[in-house]
Design a protein around this ligand. Sequence first.
Ligand SMILES: *[C@@H]1O[C@H](CO)[C@@H](O)[C@H](O)[C@H]1NC(C)=O
Ligand SMILES: *[C@@H]1O[C@H](CO)[C@@H](O)[C@H](O)[C@H]1NC(C)=O
Length: 502
Amino acid sequence: MPKASGRDGGVHLFLPLILGACLFPVTHTMEFDSIPRRTIRIEDVFDYKRFSHSVYNYTTFWLEEEQGVLYVGAREAIFALNMKDINDKSMKMIQWETPSEKRLNCLKKRGHKKVDCYNYIRFLQRFNETHLFTCGTNSFNPHCAYIEIEKFTLSAVHSGKEFCPYNPTVGYTGVTIDNKIYVATLYGFHSGRANIKRFPETHSFQMEDWFSYSPNDLDFVDSVLLRESDNSSVGDDDKIYFFFTEKLAREYKFNGKPMVSWVARICKSDKGGMKILQRKWTSFLKSRLVCSIPEYDFYYNNLRSIYVLNQEHWQDAVFYGVFVSQWQNVESSAVCQYTSADIRKAFEGPYKEDQRSPQRWSRYRHRVLEPRPGSCITDEFRKAGFRTSRDLPDNVLSFVKKHPLMDEEVRPVGGRPLFTKKEVNYTKIVVDTVTALDGKQYNVMFIGTDNGWIHKVVSSGASTHIVEEIRLYEDLQPVESLVLARAQSESDSRHYEREQRV
Ligand SMILES: *[C@@H]1O[C@H](CO)[C@@H](O)[C@H](O)[C@H]1NC(C)=O
Ligand SMILES: *[C@@H]1O[C@H](CO)[C@@H](O)[C@H](O)[C@H]1NC(C)=O
């Protein structure tokens, strides 16, 4: 039987562990392989709830704490669960199956990949006060729909070919902001082209073609909105950050590395250009996201998950990234931490330029145009006569079209990972801030692995420790989603994980 599961830990379990962590000797050298202090089975410790139903693949979580509802997208089904007790009688369900002739069609085309021919829910978020928005792969024929929350039924089901991947395993991320949805994925039957799109929009709106060097090998990991419009009446400096990895073709290798992780950003206010970049992002810029151990010149290249702490105050926002890589032929994971200031610095720094030389991309050393290419249109721009991105001069738009890549990389806080762990593939991370009895604040990370564990990691000052490893599943199934519920009281934390397999 497939199950979605949740658990729930309170103040009494949390604080002693955190205090305990402070008593361990503080070392300033990084532990290359943190050893968990304690191993527990989830059933033994937590007031633990588990939800299960007769469907598979609980792929998507959407938590609404104020309403007390956890929405879960699965294979051919969407659930609304009571957050306090995910297993109680109030559960509501929408069945959303692929019509059988469409499924047969898919089976014919996909051949041996039978398991793909279902409707996997890939997108599930609030759209407005009355509706959610959802998309499913629908046997390689993606469809989207609204969900009327009151009745919990689908409405306005329509083709999702422009918004949703066909393939249930392709990387996909999106955020909903002010009744617009921003999504990034590979579109098309054969996982076609990478794109960041916004909808609903009168005319389709998307990327210029230079998105990547190897458009079939992008994996979108996460997307985050930062409301950066401090003094603006219209919120026009707000930005959406997209995190993704890319497998590079040989001729483009970065320092010999076949895979890189990126952070890209676009402005919420972007309306595209007039003649150049018409209906395309004028504010797309990207920078390499580095997580490395400098003295070994060792890079963790494969970003798996991002969590942003303090998202409400963008200056204080801190991004936690989970990376995996091979370290001396052994699977290894690392957590790196980035400040929003460092990310912003890269995007405000020099651009790279394609030199068509062996090294190809190098720093652009000429005068930077005014207004600065790739900027959001803020009040300041408007004072200078640029009301929207459509008013930007052609030379600025042509420049940004050719120079989407920033010269500076985004490096982690402290220049290295917060911690690393051998023989583990981390999959997802969430981070909570708790105040311990001594009045100090600690960041507590909950990190899922690809074989059914949660690592609980506490960082204070220069030291970071895995204080607990919690066994969620007896079999080796990956933890593929994690959400953190910040309950009314600060110290009461709940979190839910979902499992993938039977
Ligand atoms: C929310 O969006 C749906 C779908 O576009 C629409 O039918 C509904 O009227 C909207 N609700 C509100 C309160 O605007
Ligand atoms: C769905 O779940 C089945 C059974 O656990 C698994 O074999 C399959 O890989 C999953 N499919 C996707 C797209 O995650």
